[in-house]
Design a protein around this ligand. Structure first.
Ligand code: ATP
Length: 236
C-alpha cells in the first residue's frame, strides 16, 4: 500500500527525518513510536504532503506520491488526523462531519455515513448539534477520528490520538481503530508516544529516535525491547 524509501525531511537547516525506509500494509496497523521531537509528526505530514521531503521517495500503490500536493493525496484516499484536536470548534458536531465528508470521495450518501459514525460513537449522535469546542477531550478525539473515517480513507494517518485522554477512552478509541481497519482493509499509521498501548493494537511498529528508525518489527517482539519499555516508562 505505502512504501517509504530513504525518505528525509528537513525544515530549512533542521533535519527532522533521515533515510526512513518503511512499509505500511492494507488492513494492518503500523505504529510509529518515539519520544517528543523524534520525528513522528514529520513522517505523517510528509506522507500527507505537508512536510518538505528533501530526499528519497514515497510509493503509494506502487506510484510515487511526490508529484501530488496534499489535496490530491487526500482525494487519493490518504487522510491525516493531526495532533492537537484540530476541529472547527465553532461548528456543530454534524457540521464538522459534513465538511469532512465533502472532502472525501462521497461514495456513501452523507445520511448513511453519519449514521455509521453515530452507531460507533453514540455520544456524538446525542451531541450532534453541540459545537465541537464544547465537547470533552475524549469526545473531540472521537469526532476527529470520525472526520477521518467519514472520508472513507484507504490510508489513515493518526497523530497521537491518545494525547491527554483517560486510559478508558484511549482503549475505546484504539478498539475502534482496530475494528475499522480490519473490517475495511484500511491501512493505519499510528504515531504514538504511548508505545506499549499502541503496540497492543498494532501489527508491527517502527521506533524513531533523532529522526531515524532505530528498531522495527512485529509488535509482540517490539514490546519486549528495552527501548520501548523506556519510552513508555517516560509517560507513566
Ligand atoms: P511531537 O510529539 O512533539 O510532535 P514528533 O516525534 O512528532 O514530536 P516532529 O514534530 O516531527 O517530532 O519534530 C521532529 C523535529 O523537527 C524536531 O526537532 C522539531 O523541532 C522539528 N520541527 C518540526 N516541525 C518543524 C517546523 N515546522 N519547522 C522547523 N522545525 C520543525
Amino acid at each position: 500500500m505505502l512504501e517509504l524509501k530513504n525518505v528525509s525531511v528537513a525544515y530549512g537547516s533542521i533535519r527532522a527525518l533521515r533515510g526512513i525506509d518503511m512499509v505500511v500494509q492494507p488492513g494492518k496497523i503500523t505504529a510509529v513510536l518515539g519520544a517528543n521531537g523524534a520525528g513522528k509528526s514529520s513522517l505523517l505530514r510528509a506522507i500527507a504532503g505537508i512536510a518538505p521531503v528533501t530526499e528519497g521517495d514515497l510509493l503509494y500503490r506502487n506510484a510515487s506520491l511526490k508529484p501530488y500536493p496534499a489535496h490530491r493525496r487526500a482525494r487519493m484516499g490518504i487522510s491525516l488526523a493531526m495532533e492537537g484536536r484540530r476541529l472547527f470548534r465553532h461548528m456543530a458536531v454534524e457540521e464538522n462531519l459534513l465538511l469532512a465528508w465533502s472532502f472525501g470521495p462521497r461514495r456513501t450518501p452523507f445520511a448513511q455515513a453519519v449514521r455509521s459514525v453515530y452507531d460507533a460513537f453514540p455520544i456524538l449522535g446525542e451531541r450532534r448539534t453541540t459545537k465541537a469546542g464544547m465537547l470533552s477531550g475524549g469526545q473531540q478525539q472521537m469526532l476527529i477520528l470520525s472526520s477521518v473515517t467519514i472520508r472513507e480513507p484507504e490510508l489513515m494517518l493518526l497523530d497521537e490520538p491518545s494525547l491527554g485522554l483517560a486510559p478508558i477512552i484511549v482503549s475505546q478509541i484504539f478498539d475502534f481503530i482496530t475494528a475499522y481497519a480490519k473490517a475495511r482493509g484500511t491501512a493505519v499509521l499510528l504515531a504514538e508516544q504511548m508505545a506499549v498501548m499502541a503496540l497492543r493494537v498494532a501489527d508491527h511498529g517502527y521506533v524513531l529516535r533523532g529522526g531515524q528508525v532505530v528498531m522495527h518489527g512485529a509488535s509482540d517482539e517490539l514490546v519486549k525491547a528495552d527501548i520501548v519499555s523506556k519510552l513508555s516508562a517516560a509517560y507513566l
